[in-house]
Design a protein around this ligand. Structure first.
Ligand code: ADP
Ligand code: ASP
Ligand code: MG
Length: 409
């Protein structure tokens, strides 16, 4: 008998019909002789709707209260799914994150899981119950409910799989697995059969939301193999595992695994006396670490004998937070700040970036041929990222996908 963790995202839980469908899949998995823990996200767009409700009340809601609000979404899902399984005559129990023993640190809205006490889940499994756990939430040292950052139900599922040493962690969504790029944007994107943790981590961190990047980090750390697959088909999806396990499984090895993209990137430029720039950079990094903001592509250049510009990229929800912090920082120095929005980041990911120096040249050539200018560029071992105008993003993704021959054969 195996132990399987099945995670269902918001799109799989968006209405009664879909919840009943998920219930059937869980019961079928149990009938095959498995014990099952299912982790679920809030129905459909509930989390976004709750954020909008908070915006309608306050422009600066306390993070503790934000967590209390957002955690309600997943609680709708666990109760309804448990009811659907109960109707099928099966033993089932739902648990919030705190009830399931998921313990996190004090960072409200972006908490990190510190530990899981799986005792209660184990007791319920031993009584032949199907266990349904609310994703995205945990208990912090103050006894408060906290949330784990957007897409955090993936992290809940992987962390439970690690804590229970389960045989399989299946992450179900509305696509059949991980593709060479978002299949909703590039129609002939190819499904990837196997991808290494490192490549998946880079794809997720640079915009491929099919998996949350922190969940991939935890999967790598604890050796949890993930099967990313569709709620709406029985087809094999994508296995995310170690490089060593993939060797020999893929018929061909691909130098470039995929292309990620991320809209809503803002470029901040802080102009300050050259003598102060090192202190300012240190302060920006320090504040970002404290408030959980990621900055990217930090660059410094002199504009005159006495003045320098520090520029960097911040994406998504972090832009608002960064603006507030910078307004405070520039007050302390004789500095000024500007912010240009409507940029996008396009990233090319694969082992070929390191082993084939020609990848960077090809990226530049493809973008140049299509009159797409690059504002900033950065490279790591397995990734090249370009900051371009948001209006050019889709064209850049399509042309790079074509140029690197990533489509279905
Ligand atoms: P869930 O609600 O189940 O957590 P998400 O919306 O978070 O699902 O993730 C699934 C979505 O990820 C897909 O609908 C797809 O549009 C998007 N996506 C982005 N990049 C990729 C990719 N490379 N492969 C597959 N899906 C991707
Ligand atoms: N409901 C949360 C979100 O929308 C968590 C998740 O879906 O994984 O971010
Ligand atoms: Mg998701």
């Amino acid at each position: 008998m195996g132990l399987v963790i099945m995670k269902f995202g918001g799109s799989s839980m968006s209405d009664a019909g879909r919840i009943k469908h998920v219930a059937k899949k869980i019961v079928a998995k149990q009938k095959k002789g498995n014990k099952v823990v299912a982790v679920v996200s809030a129905p459909g767009n509930t989390t976004d709707d709750l954020i909008k409700m908070a915006d309608g009340i306050s422009s600066n809601p306390p993070e503790r209260e934000m967590d209390v609000l957002l955690a309600t979404g997943e609680m709708i899902s666990i109760s309804l799914l448990a009811m659907a399984i109960d109707v099928m005559g099966k033993k089932v129990v739902s648990m919030t994150g705190p009830q399931a023993g998921i313990l996190a640190n004090e960072d409200y809205t972006r908490a990190r899981i510190k530990k899981i006490n799986p005792q209660k889940i184990k007791e319920q499994l031993a009584r032949d119950n199907i266990v349904i756990v609310a994703g995205f939430q945990a208990l912090n040292p103050n006894g408060d409910i906290t949330t784990l950052g957007r897409g955090g139900s993936d992290l809940t599922a992987v962390a439970i799989a690690a804590a229970l040493k389960s045989d399989l962690c299946e992450i179900y969504s509305d696509v059949e697995g991980v593709y060479t790029t978002d299949p909703r944007v590039v129609k002939d994107a190819r499904k990837i059969d196997y991808i290494s943790y490192d490549e998946m981590l880079e794809m997720a961190a640079s915009g491929s939301q099919v998996l949350q990047s922190r969940s991939v980090e935890v999967a790598k750390k604890f050796g949890v193999e993930i099967h990313s697959r569709s709620t709406f088909s029985e087809n094999q999806g994508t296995i995310i595992t170690s490089k060593e396990k993939i060797k020999g499984k893929e018929m061909e090895s691909f130098l470039i695994s995929g292309i990620s993209f991320d809209k809503n990137q803002a470029k901040f430029a802080v102009t300050a006396p050259s003598l102060d720039t090192a202190d300012i950079v240190r302060e920006i990094y320090g504040r970002c670490a404290e408030i959980g903001v990621n900055i990217d592509m930090v660059n410094q250049s002199a504009v005159s004998d006495k003045k320098s510009v520090i520029s960097f990229i911040v994406g998504g929800d972090d832009v608002k937070k960064m603006r507030k912090e910078l307004d405070k920082i520039v007050l302390d120095y004789k500095a000024s700040v500007s912010c240009a929005e409507h940029f996008a980041k396009v990233s090319i990911i694969g082992i070929g970036v390191k082993s084939h120096g020609s990848v960077a040249a090809r990226v530049l050539e493809i973008l140049r041929k299509n009159d797409i200018s690059i504002d900033m560029i950065s490279a790591s071992e397995i990734k090249i990222s370009c900051i371009i105008n948001e209006i050019d993003m889709l064209k850049a993704v399509e042309e790079l996908h074509k140029g690197f021959e990533l489509s279905k054969k």
